[in-house]
Design a binder for this molecule. Structure first.
Ligand SMILES: NC(=O)c1ccc[n+]([C@@H]2O[C@H](COP(=O)([O-])OP(=O)(O)OC[C@H]3O[C@@H](n4cnc5c(N)ncnc54)[C@H](OP(=O)(O)O)[C@@H]3O)[C@@H](O)[C@H]2O)c1
Length: 338
């Protein structure tokens, strides 16, 4: 017999994902309610920041007291504090379920819904905790580190090169891959790029609300295409502290977070990518790999930030998705950075 708790928690995940990009900086949450006979009687999810949380959305659809003696599934601990909406845990308790099954504890220190549920005599169980945390990894990073979630995109040959020694790089990957990058950008609040990349490629990058260009000495031409976005923020010596004579990358990310930027898509060359990686500021890498080999050590590598002599000192990642895009592949991998 399939594990019913897993089945309904996975349903919560799918419901939660419907709120993607609309609930930030809140987490994505879905909720499923069963009556005392195990019949599914309601579903809900958090649709928009400031609007009803998933539990409220699901419970308010009930006409009678169908949840009494039943089970409520939710992928995040019900909130217990007044925010933009009243505490969900009070409404859950009012509906008297016998059991509440939760995906993960809320990392928001203001939340302690579990104690309240237990104090009301409701059984609390956990299921698929790792999967629940993975779903809301951006929220966890934002809440615990007060930093945006950072994904670095790179497009390389099979030998990890982003250009030849002369800077020739257009194009490594196929049009199909590049179109996918344009779509991916829409999942982020901001694109982070560098002076060198703006000078070399003059990219448009108009799919996100914000663009941040790292340009210590304001070397980029003000007619560059990124400046057509009114929300282009230039981090320079004038507004950013230095670290080892370079812009302090963590300070830049903190500044972006203070501006309400919760996710950042990095598009740059090997120097900045290497520096971000070395400082532990990258959460994920999206690597597009074209079926090409440059076969030249003087070609530019996608990461160039360290001087490593021991292979054991290489950064380790967990690959969670591999997509064949014919002819390229896309690898999505997570660093254990928080
Ligand atoms: N294949 C791909 O996915 C891809 C994507 C984008 C770009 N590219 C290619 O990458 C090439 C540029 O690569 P690149 O290595 O020369 O430059 P980069 O990695 O894009 O940027 C390096 C620059 O970033 C700035 N920066 C600011 N703070 C920094 C810090 N703390 N540490 C390091 N750098 C910092 C510095 O410029 P300032 O001193 O001016 O601040 C530095 O020179 C271009 O040819 C472009 O075509 C490839």
């Amino acid at each position: 017999m399939p594990n019913l708790d897993e089945k309904y928690m996975k349903m919560c995940f799918e419901l939660a994902k419907r709120g993607k990009n609309n609930v930030t900086p809140n987490p994505m949450v879905g909720c499923v309610v069963l009556d005392k006979n195990g019949k599914l009687v309601s579903k809900g999810y958090h649709k928009k920041y400031g609007k009803n949380h998933a539990e409220r959305d699901a419970l308010l659809k009930l006409k009678n007291n169908e949840a009494e003696g039943g089970t409520l599934y939710v992928n995040l601990e019900p909130c217990s504090h007044y925010g933009k909406t009243p505490p969900c845990v009070d409404l859950v308790i009012k509906h008297k379920p016998k059991r509440v099954v939760i995906g993960m504890k809320d990392v928001n220190p203001k939340v302690d819904g579990i104690s309240k549920l237990k104090a009301a005599g409701i059984q609390v169980d956990f299921i698929l905790e790792k999967e629940a945390e993975f779903l809301n990894r951006r929220f966890i990073k934002n809440m615990t580190m007060k930093l945006p979630y950072v994904v670095l995109k790179t497009a390389t040959t099979m030998d990890g090169k982003i250009s030849t020694q002369t800077g020739s790089s257009k194009w490594i990957t196929s049009e199909k891959s590049r179109e996918l990058v344009y779509k991916m950008r829409k999942d982020f609040d901001c694109i982070l790029t560098s002076s060198n990349t703006v000078i070399a490629d003059n990219p448009l990058m108009n799919q996100t609300k914000w663009i941040c260009a790292l340009d210590k000495n304001l070397r980029t031409d003000k007619n560059s295409r990124i400046y057509s976005n009114p929300n282009t923020y230039v981090a320079s010596i004038q507004n950013t502290p230095l670290k080892d004579d370079r812009l302090d990358l963590k300070a830049v990310l903190q500044e972006l977070f203070n501006k309400g930027i919760y996710s950042v898509f990095v598009e740059c060359g090997g120097t900045l990518a290497g520096a971000l990686l070395k400082e532990g500021l990258i959460d994920e890498v999206y690597q597009f790999i074209a079926p090409k080999i440059l076969n030249d050590n003087s070609g530019i590598s996608c990461f160039n930030g360290d001087n490593i002599t021991e292979i054991n000192d290489a950064k380790e990642l967990n690959i969670y998705e591999v997509k064949y895009l014919n002819p390229d592949i896309l690898i999505k991998a997570k660093l254990n950075s928080f």
